[in-house]
Design a protein around this ligand. Structure first.
Ligand code: NAP
Length: 212
């Protein structure tokens, strides 16, 4: 598939440029400030910044190009706008707060455990270069657990993406933890999304869970 990666030189973007090509895709990349040529592009992937992602995705969808978005920090209004644009243009927009399989399972297990424990808190830990707080994964985890879950954010050099969900009950705690130790962890999820995006219903589809 001919794929355009927004954020070619970013920490995730650079990994995707190599890995999508190794998987047989014809990959082009765009960095901030460069002209965007969408002619012949079959899908766009965005791992950029909260400020850039909406403009990139709306431009791709306007050209009828389905989008796979990993950038976090999109608000509810942004998601509504992406859904409307994709529906109007009869194309697809897939957004996932986390493309790592283990993180998706962590969110599932946390939602299940929240039904049995009265209280829980989330600690999410990321590199100090991450622009949004709390992380999209933490917000999605809290939403899946019923919403009212305090989130603590740690930003330090040396971290990639980590999260602990600690549930407390009478005389016991349960901790569910996921660690992303390398950005290669996001590659299988992005490849799966690229494989499936054109077959999704028109409009927005949110979460890797929907593809598993
Ligand atoms: P990063 O290293 O800062 O990379 C972002 C890249 O996007 C930079 O190279 C940046 O260029 C570029 N960029 C900014 N505006 C652009 C534009 N308009 N067009 C094209 N490129 C543009 O960040 P990262 O760690 O790779 O993460 C990127 C995003 O993905 C973040 O929102 C992060 O939270 C998210 N993320 C999501 C997942 C997931 O599984 N969903 C996993 C990891 C990360 P400059 O440096 O020149 O500004």
């Amino acid at each position: 598939m001919r794929v355009l990666v927004f954020g070619r030189e970013g920490k995730v973007g650079a990994v995707l440029m190599r890995s999508l090509a190794a998987a047989g895709h014809d990959v082009r990349g765009v960095e901030v400030g460069e002209p965007v040529d969408l002619k012949g592009i079959e899908a766009a992937v965005d791992f950029t910044t909260p400020a850039a992602v909406l403009g990139n995705a709306l431009a791709a969808l306007a050209a009828g190009v389905p989008c796979v978005i990993g950038t976090t920090g999109l608000g509810d209004d942004d998601l509504v706008q992406l859904d409307r644009q994709a529906r109007d243009l009869k194309t697809q927009c897939f957004v996932a707060a986390n493309f790592a399989l283990g993180a998706v399972l962590m969110m599932r297990f946390a939602a299940e455990a929240a039904r049995s424990f009265p209280q829980a808190e989330i600690i999410e830990l990321h590199a100090d270069t991450k622009l949004d707080t709390p992380s999209g994964t933490a917000k999605a985890t809290a939403a899946g657990m019923g919403g009212d879950v305090p989130i603590h954010s740690v930003r330090l050099p040396g971290l990639v993406a980590h999260q602990e969900v600690i549930l407390g009950g009478l005389g016991e705690t349960l901790t569910i933890r996921h660690d992303t130790t390398s950005r290669e962890a996001f590659v299988p999820g992005v490849l799966l999304a690229l494989d499936r995006v054109r077959g999704l219903p028109h409009g927005l589809t949110f979460s890797l869970d929907k593809l598993l």
